[in-house]
Design a protein around this ligand. Structure first.
Ligand code: MN
Ligand code: MN
Length: 329
């Protein structure tokens, strides 16, 4: 890279003029932001805001996903010098994406956390921006869903995970990353027959009524077959996609709190996510990245790649909606 670029392309998180553009900043230096986007609280005209939720006090086993957002931001610095692979869209050039920073919350007041997170997400959605969140443990998706359902109504959930997270728990005050989708179903945030879990490989006697494409089934078919099953289930309904990094096999994502063998490869996950292009994605998250259990950094890299695929899915849907609007007018 020419010296001139090396002089101008530094700390893009705060020096970028305008919201769009690639970044040629050294991957190993500079102030962190997701994909070297502007790190800002200004949401005027933003298409998609990325926000971190560094909360991990709902875990059943190993904590540490509070370090997830920072690790994903760092891992993402490897990507913004190229257009995303395998897409006909480049969100970094064609859409206004910002890093809105992390949720502020009192780590010692856990009971106050859910409402604080719902308010945070509602605040972003009210600006007309989409939201891509980084956990944190998987509990964070529950308060996030509440804000999305206020705006979009009951939602089709596309849920990548080793675990169903629908273990019965009728105490609505409990904050547990294994039971929040049971509660979300009970609150009717999720439409069961328009929702699907992918990569499951743990037992749960409770049948939530949502579709399941368990890990062995994913392994027995191609990624595009899995994607087309998901598309048939969600149809054109507004979709929220939640990507628990432990849907991946521990060989690909060891840095997580509750790993289970027999999971998806990163290639399978990438293939499925790309083939989901065309779904009506209104929001998404990547959760359960706990970088400290992974000296290689592969888990955070997988998280950053999943996040970029989700960004592409979101922007593809946004482009289609804007073109439809243009055709109607
Ligand atoms: Mn989960
Ligand atoms: Mn899980």
């Amino acid at each position: 890279m020419a010296l001139k670029d090396a002089e101008s392309d530094v700390d893009n998180a705060i020096t970028r003029e305008g919201k769009r553009g690639m970044s040629y900043e050294n991957a190993f230096g500079g102030i962190l932001s997701f994909m070297r986007r502007n790190y800002t609280k200004n949401l005027a005209g933003v298409d998609l805001a990325v926000t971190g939720i560094p909360f991990d006090q709902a875990v059943t086993n190993r904590p540490g996903s509070r370090f997830g957002p920072r690790a994903i931001r760092e891992a993402s610095t490897l990507q913004p010098c190229d257009a995303p692979f395998g897409w006909d869209i480049n969100p970094l050039l064609d859409f206004d994406i910002v890093d809105y920073g992390d949720l502020a919350f009192d780590y010692a007041n856990v009971a106050a956390f859910p409402k604080r997170l719902t308010d945070h997400i509602r605040g972003i959605l009210e600006h007309g921006s989409g939201v891509l969140s980084f956990g944190g443990d998987h509990y964070v998706t529950f308060p996030i869903l509440r804000a999305f359902v206020e705006k979009f109504g009951p939602i089709a959930l596309v849920h990548f995970d080793a675990h169903s997270d629908t273990w019965p728990d009728d105490d609505m005050e409990r904050i547990d990353h294994g039971t929040m989708f049971y509660k979300a179903l009970k609150e009717e945030l999720i439409i069961p027959d328009k929702s699907v879990q992918i990569g499951i490989r743990t037992h749960n006697d409770f049948n939530a009524g949502v579709h399941v494409i368990a890990a062995p089934q994913v392994h027995s078919q191609t990624p595009s077959m899995t994607a087309s099953q998901i598309k048939d289930i969600v149809g054109n309904h507004p979709v929220y996609l939640t990507f628990d990094i432990d849907c991946l096999d521990p060989a690909f994502a060891p840095g997580t709190g509750t790993p289970v063998w027999g999971g998806l490869s990163s290639a399978q996950a990438a293939g499925i996510l790309r083939e989901l292009s065309g779904i009506n994605l209104v929001g998404a998250d990547v959760v359960e990245v706990s970088p400290q259990y992974d000296v290689s950094g592969a888990t955070a890299i997988a998280g950053a790649h999943a996040a970029m695929e989700l960004t592409c899915l979101y922007c593809t849907n946004l482009r289609a909606q804007r073109e439809n609007k243009k055709n109607v007018n």
